[in-house]
Write a protein that binds this ligand. Structure first.
Ligand code: ADP
Ligand code: ZN
Ligand code: ZN
Length: 690
């Protein structure tokens, strides 16, 4: 017998091996993870196809190598193989690479299999010894609108059909409560499993805790980047065996080997972290919808600010819309928006050297008097985005990237360093200008550290809590900081987007947003949609507590007339997203057109452009209507770690035509790969970054 095996190599082919029943003592099954020799190395492979009747010439068969061993505990399920096959076709990546990137890394190493078996045994023993004892089951008394949504969802899951539903509701309207109650109902079927996808966040302790309390008698598997590889190994095994029925995880969990999924939830479906930005550039939300439709099960998307992709489908009646309009908790209220006109503040000199207006200072003082907390949201870590020479206008550019090096203050000393957020390059700040020798170097713009410094001066008596990826680097430090916030002492909290997700803050009364303007007129057509959703999320952080009367959000801006602010102030999210979708239609942008990038990376911009230009010409030979191919352009971040990056954009309003032309492009790319190693070409389907 022969088997065709997928191996973790960048090649679009399967590999033939022989299967000896005498040696392996069992028949091959699709999905078996096996040990084989590939090249001169031992590696893992996955059985994709079994050839009972071998038709090769005898000589060839004699040259085939045998399968050496079968992994004892884990298989790849047929469902995951199907999903990976679809991904392979859609994202134009080799099946082997996709299958293996979906597996916990230790399962890829045959020499670890014995250890994995031991890990599993040990875990099972441990579990039997300590069943959870003192945690209480959690459930809600759902309100009327929550119940209505729940009833709809229950009917949907009883139909055992594919159905796409969107649960839209402001932060705190009780969406999580609705979907967890629904899944609880789905799991009454004793073999059923369910999958909850959540955005990539460093911290999900609150959600994790609630999910475990709701499903108190279930093994809840939590999958995110912070779990250990041992935990991941065991998790995969438990899911495959059906021991774990509730899977809560970030985007990679879409490849979880559950066999009995009966419902899927995509929490915060608009979140960009569902898209992987390198390697296999998949979008877990889109794959989840595909998987649900394959399985004929319902899938629920939730959001306060649905993505334009999803909202278009709502407008086209392809998605059922359920809405929650009220805050679920008594006393919780919507926050009120006030705009602070930076232009006027500047004219009246009511703005300090840190860019903070007098009005904001009044807000902070008032909030402190009320014994409440102020949250300052700024999506920029570090001290300042640029170091600048006043005399010759030299700026701190990174030598390896087309980006500025960001000024950071070291924690232990007051000494500042320059750091590139793209390649990680680091250096002490120069004492004088590298160009003209002048000592008059200044920082431009603001980061979290600079605001912290300024506020420490102005409010020495208030606690200032800074939350960004620098202040939360060490394990447990984020938990510490969040605990401090939840304790409720008056404080000023400075946070990046890390702060805006999943936290239920009870004591924040005022939210201040600075530095949004760059998003309002950005060349990225999704920038407004993105900042809008972030601001709605930020606003949702306040007004949560019982005594949250008068929760306010203040935004400093030069553009107070921008329609986004009106939509925010009036809570007219639907109209705003509808307008965005209309605009996309007018300009034939996604979701009305489908896009793919072909990205060339090498040490030379010129070679990139040459290859892309010739690829373009090659594709144009058969160009049909409704397809546009752009000329080569630099990527927004053109140089990264010394590598030049250029791209062409292929667009069509016809998915099938786009697929065809991308397959053609792939042929060309594979041809280049054989000829030259110095240029790397990649396809990014449905790109979110340009
Ligand atoms: P969302 O997911 O829409 O942000 P959550 O489901 O997290 O909202 O609910 C916000 C808060 O309100 C949570 O603390 C939750 O426990 C609470 N909550 C939800 N539904 C109810 C309800 N029916 N009665 C009381 N509290 C509720
Ligand atoms: Zn200078
Ligand atoms: Zn750099």
């Amino acid at each position: 017998m022969n088997v065709k095996i997928a191996i973790d190599v960048p090649l679009f082919q399967l590999f033939d091996y022989t299967w000896s029943l005498e040696e392996l003592l069992q028949h091959p099954k699709v999905g078996d993870i096996v040990k084989v020799e590939f090249g001169k190395k031992m590696t893992a492979g996955i059985v994709i196809q079994i050839d009972e009747k071998v038709t090769y010439a005898n000589k060839q068969i004699r040259n085939l190598k045998p399968v050496l061993e079968i992994s004892p505990e884990l298989k790849v399920t047929q469902q995951v193989i199907n999903l990976c096959q679809f991904s392979s076709k859609y994202y134009l990546k080799p099946l082997g690479e996709i299958l293996f990137s979906s597996l916990p890394s230790d399962w890829k190493k045959p020499n670890k299999w014995a250890l994995l078996q031991k890990q599993i045994l040990r875990d099972q023993e441990k579990k039997q010894n300590n069943k959870n004892s003192d945690v209480e089951e959690y459930s809600w008394n759902l309100n009327e609108e929550q119940n209505k949504s729940l009833e709809y969802l229950k009917t949907s899951s009883n139909k055992k059909k594919f159905e796409l539903t969107l649960l839209k509701g402001i932060t705190g309207s009780g969406k999580t409560a609705v979907y967890l109650t629904w899944l609880k109902d789905v799991l009454k079927d004793e073999t059923a499993q369910c999958l909850i996808l959540i955005p990539e966040i460093n911290l999900t302790p609150q959600l994790e805790k609630i999910v475990k309390q709701v499903f108190i008698n279930e093994e809840v598997t939590v999958l995110h980047s912070d779990i250990t590889s041992a935990q991941r190994n065991i998790a995969w095994w438990k899911i495959e065996k059906g021991i774990s029925r509730v899977i809560l995880g970030t985007r990679l969990s879409i490849f979880a080997p559950a066999k009995k999924i009966k419902a899927i939830v995509i929490d915060e479906e608009h979140d960009y972290s569902y898209k992987q930005q390198d390697g296999l550039r998949y979008n877990a939300r889109d794959l989840a919808i595909w998987r649900a439709s394959e399985l004929k099960v319902p899938i629920l998307l939730t959001s306060a600010t649905p993505s334009s992709e999803t909202w278009q489908k709502v407008l086209q009646n392809k998605i059922t819309l359920l809405t929650l309009n009220k805050k679920a908790k008594d006393g919780a209220s919507l926050s009120k928006l006030s705009l602070i006109n930076m232009g006027i503040a500047r004219k009246n000199k009511k703005i300090n050297s840190y860019g903070i207006t007098e009005e904001l200072n009044e807000v902070i003082t008032r909030t402190k008097k009320n014994n409440k907390q102020t949250l300052i949201f700024i999506n920029r870590r570090g001290y300042a985005p640029i170091l600048h020479c006043k005399t010759c206008s030299w700026k701190s550019n990174c030598k390896k990237c087309s980006a500025w090096m960001v000024v950071h203050k070291k924690i232990d000393s007051n000494r500042k360093v320059l750091q590139c957020h793209h390649c990680g390059s680091n250096q002490y700040i120069p004492l004088n200008c590298p160009e003209c020798g002048n000592q008059d170097l200044e920082t431009l713009g603001m980061g979290t550290q600079k605001i912290e410094e300024s506020l420490k001066d102005t409010y020495p008596e208030i606690d200032i809590i800074r939350i960004d990826s620098d202040s939360t680097k060490t394990k447990g430090s984020a938990e510490e900081l969040f605990k401090k916030i939840h304790a409720g002492e008056p404080a000023i909290i400075i946070g990046t987007q890390m702060i805006i997700k999943g936290h239920d803050f009870q004591h924040i009364q005022s939210i201040i947003v600075i530095d949004v303007d760059k998003s309002l007129y950005s060349q990225d057509f999704r920038a407004v949609e993105k900042i809008f959703s972030q601001l709605v999320q930020v606003a949702g952080r306040a007004g949560r507590g019982q005594a949250a009367d008068g929760a306010n959000i203040y935004i400093q801006t030069e553009f107070i007339e921008h329609p986004m602010f009106k939509a925010l102030a009036e809570h007219h999210y639907d109209e705003f997203i509808t307008d965005i979708v209309k605009e996309r239609k007018e300009y034939q942008l996604p979701p009305y057109s489908h896009q793919a990038l072909i990205i060339a990376e090498s040490k030379s911009e010129q070679s990139n452009n040459e290859v892309l230009q010739s690829l373009k010409q090659y594709l144009e030979q058969e160009l049909s209507e409704n397809i546009q191919i752009s000329d080569p352009t630099p990527r927004v971040l053109q140089r990264l770690s010394g590598v030049d990056r250029n791209q062409i954009l292929i667009e069509s309003n016809d998915r099938i035509k786009l697929q065809k032309i991308l397959e053609k492009a792939l042929d060309y790319i594979e041809g280049i790969k054989k000829k030259s190693r110095s240029i790397k070409l990649q396809i990014d389907r449905d790109p979110l970054q340009f």
